[in-house]
Design a protein around this ligand. Structure first.
Ligand SMILES: [Mg+2]
Ligand SMILES: [Zn+2]
Length: 197
């Protein structure tokens, strides 16, 4: 029997803590540092003709901690280091603004999918915290969590799927490995940090 591998319509990445190191409210392009494996992971998706996008909360703009221009410069640096993205969906609001885009709301996922002309249901959202997974779920997309030391245990337990790193996440996407990591085995995802095994 032949199983057809089903490529996703797009992979939508959280930015901070997923594609680049999380520097809270960063407005300085010089501080942009890719996460391990980011260049390779994106390269594999581009090679496979899977559109890649960024879905990112930037409440520092609403808080007045960085200007929209600072943010644009940081995002330009991200593309310099990681290559071009097919879409960017950015929420510049804060909790309490009542917007429909700030994750865990689904707006960014829906917007990126619309720009890419794919259904949110055919998208995969890759992120490092529960908000990313909740946004994916709310939009009907598949969510893959890549924990960092900042990720809360409950966020790992609640994640629909957990990957060790970006390489593993892309493996899952391209090979359509849908099985979630059992919650009981999740703690090593934190304990092992970034090592590959
Ligand atoms: Mg993040
Ligand atoms: Zn918003």
């Amino acid at each position: 029997m032949v199983f057809e591998k089903r490529r996703p319509g797009a992979v939508l990445f959280d930015r901070d803590g997923t594609l680049i190191r999380d520097v809270p409210y960063n407005g300085d392009p010089k501080l942009v540092e890719p996460m391990p494996g980011a260049v390779e992971a994106l390269g594999r998706l581009r090679q496979a003709d899977v559109p890649v996008a960024v879905v990112t909360n930037q409440s520092g703009v609403a808080k007045g901690l960085l200007s929209p221009d600072d943010m644009d410069q940081v995002n330009a640096r991200v593309e310099e280091l990681l290559g071009p993205f097919d879409a960017w969906a950015i929420c510049v609001h804060d909790d309490g603004d009542g917007c429909t885009c700030r994750k865990p709301a689904p707006g960014l996922v829906i917007r990126a999918a619309a720009v890419l002309d794919v259904s949110p249901r055919d998208c995969v959202v890759v992120g490092d915290i529960g908000r990313d997974m909740d946004a994916a779920r709310a939009a009907g997309a598949r969510g893959i969590l890549i924990p960092t030391p900042q990720t809360l245990p409950v966020e790992i337990e609640d994640a629909p799927e957990v990957a060790h790193d970006l390489w593993d996440a892309v493996d899952r996407v391209l090979n359509d490995v849908a099985a979630a990591v059992p919650a009981a085995s999740a703690p090593w995802a934190r304990a092992m940090g970034w090592s590959r095994w």
